[in-house]
Design a protein. Structure first.
Length: 764
């Protein structure tokens, strides 16, 4: 456990403050003989000039700004000497009290003046007349300080800490303590990141009965949230909701036969926490997202007087072909024409179908035609945005970074009031975008004139709620280009063929592939086979970054946890020259390959980013007695301490979901019977399309073939598609054209030669 230090200092000025989260960089003057100035950082309340504060926390050496004090707790120090008391009473906390009045208070009441006033405020009549306004100012100032100190004590007692204290103070103001004491379960509705378990823990500490109406209502509400987050559905049927509530309550040991579910639901709807439509129950945010997306797209584009078509587009395409030394096929040219002739278009297709070359042409032509326009490229993950930037030789950003997402408040600083200053928006890897994120992106797009959506409709849907790409396509209301012809004829082409065959329920290419290998082996043989394959890759000069093992589950002998443990021993064995640090059941070691689990926008590192541990500092060697891990994410060095070690895990083997949006030269994928219940066509398709050059599958060919012939039955339940159709149909000048132009896009025999012979991967 890190040592918590306590220092005293007087606040002098603010360098930076985020008003929503309370994150502050401030300067304090230490209360010691030297009176040195110190930079203090952390989640801080409103602080007063010249007051003496007691700060708890630790010293941190920032690589750019030097030594700082990171605050975990702050409170006004009790002044006890004459000088401090005079400064205290003459501070801005006591309007109308100047230095002379403050000196008189201390002269008459002594160094325990504050406590005397607390005990009996009439002692101030020894200094001021009974009706003097200054008496009221002093009494209220002390009461305000006491209330603040009590708030900190209360929140620390119930385990919320300073960070959540700032969140609840932003939400509830001075009423924070009273609101939570009255109903701790209100936190679930108002504070992002606090769920039923946390609120229930507070409720238990405050003595709330297990059958308290607030608790039962919160449990009912949480059943909606939990179901939607677990399934990805945007709603739950009332009958199913009630069944889940009574089932959950029974597991909690509650007898809730008399619970009035209908009345509880109506209360939550009237409070705008839930929304109900026919027999469907939505979280209010998801109803807003669906309605907002449909409404925006119906009226898009909003600068209706702007025409972004190109007069001599075919000639412009020919110029790009000469420049890039490629020949666009007719359907690819149709995609380029569609982009310039329509305000919004969808481009979908599997790997190797030419999506990137289409984007290159569009960017080249657009910038020539409209050199003063702002074009923004974005993707839902850090790795996807980096890959987009590398492929197009253009700047690209994550959607969260583009919208200036604030981690603490879970809000976006770029929004309908502060929109994007962009004329054209291109969104890649759109299958990963959920309803709420897309809604917030559209809210910031009132200046945007063109939107291009790019994604593979056969990949996994978003981790969050909804299946937006599928809903947009199924609505049949937007220009759609569906690419199926294979153009990638270089390394990794067999991977592309396999991906397209899988969609037809076959895998013939496995019998003669050169870039794909399938090793039949038992579950218990998987580990040893993976070690051999990885060793062969290293012998052929492939690096740890080139090779990625993917798995669908964490548990079991072929699960992510076990494979990471096994691969760490081979890829980064223990050495007296490498420092180690155990965090829970994980042992981190210098030069370990690690995965970021959550977005940390302030540090420019995002969920799914993979890096390398470049240094571990033990608490015994650290000036602040803290363990530290430094990770190199492609030149971005990120520091981790005890507070965020949980953001890291090993990345020798990662989940298929975490790999989405990324590509690796070599992918190794175990397919075993133990994982069968988790496997789906979309999951396996997503895994194999991560391979850029070579793919090695290990396990059961029988299980693999069953999976690719299995129909995905887990379609998410949303009403976004029907809302879009309804909204479009009610729009006055709606075009009835069916924009799906993919019917003629059949693969010709001369487009791609499947070749003959067995697989022959050069490094195996």
């Amino acid at each position: 456990m890190d040592e918590i230090l306590k220092i005293e200092g007087k606040f002098t000025h603010i360098r930076y403050r985020h008003e929503t989260t309370g994150f502050t960089v401030a300067t304090f003057r230490l209360h010691d003989l030297d009176e040195k100035k110190l930079t203090v950082t952390g989640i801080l309340p409103q602080i007063e000039m010249d007051l003496l504060y007691e700060l708890s926390g630790s010293y941190v050496e920032h690589e750019r700004y030097g030594m700082q004090f990171s605050v975990s707790d702050i409170k006004v120090a009790q002044p006890s000497d004459t000088e401090s008391l005079i400064r205290f009473f003459s501070s801005s906390q006591f309007p109308g009290i100047g230095k002379k009045s403050a000196e008189k208070i201390v002269e008459v009441l002594g160094n325990d003046a504050i406590q005397k006033i607390r005990d009996d405020e009439t002692v101030l009549q020894l200094i001021f007349k009974p009706n003097d306004k200054r008496i009221k100012s002093i009494v209220e100032g002390i009461q305000e300080q006491d209330t603040y100190d009590e708030s900190f004590f209360f929140f620390n007692t119930i385990g919320l800490g300073v960070r959540n204290l700032m969140k609840v103070q932003v939400a509830y103001g001075e009423e924070a303590v009273s609101v939570i004491k009255h109903n701790p379960y209100q936190l679930i509705h108002d504070i992002d990141g606090i769920g039923f378990k946390t609120a229930d823990k507070i409720g238990h500490m405050l003595g709330f009965d297990e059958y308290h109406p607030y608790r039962l209502k919160a449990l009912y509400y949480s059943c909606v949230l939990d179901n939607c987050m677990r399934t990805g559905d945007s709603y739950i049927e009332i009958e199913e909701l009630n069944r889940r509530f009574f089932q959950t309550a029974h597991k909690e040991g509650l007898n809730v036969e008399d619970f009035d579910a209908e009345n509880t639901l109506q209360e939550l709807v009237s409070e705008n926490s839930l929304a109900i439509e026919e027999t469907r129950v939505y979280h209010a945010s998801q109803m807003n997202a669906e309605q907002g997306i449909a409404s925006f797209l119906t009226g898009f584009p909003y600068p209706l007087d702007v025409n972004r078509s190109v007069a001599h587009l075919d000639e412009a395409i020919e110029t790009v072909e000469d420049h890039l030394k490629i020949q666009y096929e007719a359907h690819q040219k149709m995609a380029i024409h569609t982009f310039f002739n329509e305000p919004l278009m969808i481009l979908t297709g599997g790997p190797g179908t030419g999506k990137t070359t289409i984007i290159k042409a569009i960017l080249d032509i657009y910038r020539q035609q409209y050199p003063h326009d702002e074009v923004i490229l974005c993707a839902p993950t850090g790795r996807a945005s980096k890959r987009l930037a590398e492929c197009t030789q253009a700047n690209a950003s994550t959607i969260h970074r583009l919208l200036k997402w604030d981690l603490e408040s879970n809000t976006f600083l770029v929004n309908e009031k502060e929109p994007l200053l962009a004329d054209c928006l291109i969104i890649d890897e759109f299958s990963m975008v959920d309803q709420w994120l897309f809604y917030n992106l559209l809210k910031a797009c009132r200046n945007v004139r063109k939107i291009m959506i790019i994604g593979d409709e056969d990949q996994l849907p978003s981790v969050g709620i909804g299946c937006v790409l599928k809903d947009l396509i199924d609505s049949n209301q937007f220009p759609l280009i569906r690419l199926t012809k294979i153009f990638r004829q270089s390394e990794g082409s067999d991977v592309v063929v396999l991906a397209h065959e899988m969609k037809a329920g076959t895998c013939h290419v496995l019998d003669h592939a050169k870039d794909v290998a399938f090793f039949e082996c038992k579950n218990y043989q998987i580990k040893d086979q993976i070690l051999k394959i990885v060793g062969n890759a290293f012998d052929k000069n492939y690096t740890l970054e080139d090779v990625q093992v993917l798995a669908p589950m964490y548990g079991g002998v072929c699960g992510i946890d076990q494979l990471n443990l096994t691969l760490q021993k081979q890829c980064n064995p223990s050495s007296p020259y490498k420092k180690e640090l155990r965090v829970g059941y994980r042992l981190f070691r210098e030069q370990d390959k690690v995965l970021q689990l959550k977005n940390m926008p302030d540090l420019d590192v995002y969920n799914g980013d993979i890096g390398m541990i470049c240094e571990i500092v033990h608490a015994t060697d650290d000036i602040n007695h803290q363990n530290r891990i430094f990770v190199d994410f492609g030149g971005n060095i990120v520091e981790y301490t005890q507070d965020n070690f949980g953001m890291l895990t090993h990345a020798y083997c990662i989940s298929i979901h975490k790999s989405q949006g990324s590509e690796y030269p070599i992918v190794i994928l175990p397919i075993v019977s133990d994982h069968y219940h988790m496997l789906s066509l979309r999951l396996v398709y997503t895994a194999i399309t991560r391979a850029k050059k070579s793919l090695v599958i290990l396990g059961s060919r029988e299980v693999f073939e069953k999976v690719i012939q299995r129909k995905d039955i887990s379609n998410r339940k949303t009403t976004l598609c029907s809302r879009i159709i309804s909204s479009m149909n009610s729009f006055d000048n709606l075009s009835q054209t069916n924009f799906d132009r993919s019917d003629d896009n059949e693969q010709s025999d001369d487009q791609f030669d499947l070749g003959n012979g067995s697989w022959d991967i050069d490094w195996l």
